[in-house]
Design a protein around this ligand. Structure first.
Ligand SMILES: Cc1cc2nc3c(=O)[nH]c(=O)nc-3n(C[C@H](O)[C@H](O)[C@H](O)COP(=O)(O)OP(=O)(O)OC[C@H]3O[C@@H](n4cnc5c(N)ncnc54)[C@H](O)[C@@H]3O)c2cc1C
Length: 423
């Protein structure tokens, strides 16, 4: 069947769904994008993330020796990674797989290599997508800086940086003078940096997603509001997508509902262990200072980025139910860290306006997204579970899914993203 006569429904209008809609409409498909809320709105992880488009984000969260840190995660509710006690029994199977995923260097390297396939040309892809959708001003290619107290602190992360270099990621060392020349507001406690040369960032991730969707609408994509509740099928093949408001007859559906994708995947025959790695941001519109090049201070494990909304610090990993109430003390941890990272900010603490946000990273235990055909229902495609790297890898994910829908050959490594790995 020609693409033009095929109708694809995309569930979810975060960066993954929006990228898929743009890719498919570009290939001539008829596309309907359905979301229960606004594209790129505050409900979406795509709204409040760190805005990094980093080829260096290939390092999995689970690493050799991580198990030793679990007691600390349980005991310190405000550390960079925390697990809510009440949620622990439900989380244990996921947590076990999570630990195993990075238990050896071989596994750690395998995950990094697979993520590299999704991330290596992320900045180029976003540059093209932004140009296509008339949003060139939102993507900046100035590199990304990882800041350390000193070289010794950097060397404690030796394996991660070796793996990055082995995957072809170009980095440049910055001594104290070079680091402070690039980031003049940075506290003197940072004396060493690494510049990820090809790194890029987006100055308004939520606005960018909304802009992609609005461009798609201009190309004929139908945006409809509703919560997708299930699928209809005929002879083992998808025939329609059901929302709480309408039935959408279609030839294919892409599940790109972020942290809420698992229930839909199950209806299509795949049980995916998907949890929320909840994260937070604080954004200061009247900061009056901040890094022109985004910074990741390694002691705080958070992204500091100048966005349209002001200086944003985003980070924290909180393992808890997707719908649990936010623990705003965690946002305040980010705020406290910002004050220490940019001392001039602390001097004006009382006059600062601070906006707080909490969102859900859609995370699998092995740190890889779920991209591929569903096992139980023909015509259903998965595109979710991008954890910490969904913004950066959206356009590449869209290309893979569109190739699968068109039955084109995809690289063999893509099989590693299939939901079948959890069987
Ligand atoms: C604090 C934080 C910092 C991050 N930093 C970065 C970063 O710097 N760089 C990076 O690349 N990534 C980062 N990420 C990760 C990135 O934001 C996510 O991986 C990505 O946004 C996921 O996109 P998505 O489209 O899958 O999901 P979402 O953006 O969450 O979108 C899912 C959409 O699906 C809709 N939906 C859900 N269920 C249904 C349903 N049943 N019917 C209809 N609609 C539905 C929702 O309303 C939502 O709009 C960060 C995440 C967080 C939380």
């Amino acid at each position: 069947m020609a693409s033009s006569s095929r109708h694809v429904v995309v569930v979810g209008s975060g960066i993954i769904g929006a990228s898929c809609a743009a890719e498919l409409t570009g290939r001539g498909f008829r596309v309907t994008l359905v979301d229960q809320a606004l594209p790129g709105g505050t409900q979406a992880a795509s709204y409040g993330n760190g805005a990094f488009l980093s080829p260096a984000s290939i390092i999995p969260m689970s690493f050799p020796g991580m198990w030793r840190k679990i007691p600390g995660y349980l005991l310190d509710p405000l550390g960079p990674v925390a697990i809510r006690w009440r949620y622990l029994p439900r989380l244990l199977p996921w947590l076990w797989r999570y630990l195993l995923a990075g238990v050896t260097e071989t596994r750690f390297r395998r995950t990094a290599g697979l993520l590299n396939a999704l991330l290596r040309d992320g900045p180029d892809r976003h540059t093209r997508l932004a140009a296509l959708t008339g949003q060139e001003d939102l993507i900046h290619r100035k590199g990304l800086v990882y800041a350390f107290a000193d070289r010794a602190a950097y060397e404690t992360e030796g394996l991660s940086w070796r793996v990055r270099r082995d995957n072809g990621i170009e980095t440049r060392e910055l001594d104290r003078d070079a680091l402070h020349a690039l980031i003049p507001d940075l506290a003197p406690s940072y004396g060493f940096g690494i510049l990820v040369v090809q790194g890029a960032h987006c100055t308004d991730p939520g606005g960018y997603v909304a802009g992609i969707v609005s461009w798609c609408e201009g190309q004929g994509v139908r945006l409809t509001q509703g919560r997708v509740t299930g699928f209809l099928s005929e002879a083992g093949r998808l025939s329609a997508v059901c929302t709480d408001r309408e039935t959408l007859p279609c030839d294919a559906v892409i599940i790109a509902a972020g942290a809420r994708s698992a229930a839909l995947a199950k209806l299509a025959g795949d049980r995916v262990p998907l949890e929320s790695e909840r994260g937070y941001h604080v954004e200061i519109p009247n900061a009056g200072l901040g890094p022109e090049i985004p910074v990741m201070p390694q002691d705080g494990k958070m992204a500091n980025t100048m966005t349209r909304g002001g200086l944003r610090a985003s980070g924290q990993v909180e393992l808890s139910a997707t719908d649990a109430a936010p623990d705003w003390r965690r946002a305040d941890v980010l705020l406290g860290h910002l004050m220490r990272t940019y001392p001039a900010l602390a001097a004006r603490r009382d006059e600062l306006v601070v906006n707080r946000w909490q969102g859900n990273r859609p995370s699998t235990p092995d740190g890889l997204p779920v991209i591929g055909r569903a096992s139980g229902l023909k015509g259903v495609f998965h595109a979710f579970g991008h954890g910490h790297v969904g913004l950066a890898s959206g356009p590449k994910t869209a290309e893979i899914v569109a190739d699968l829908i068109e039955d084109k050959a995809v690289p063999a490594e893509i099989a590693a993203f299939s939901a079948r790995r959890f069987r």
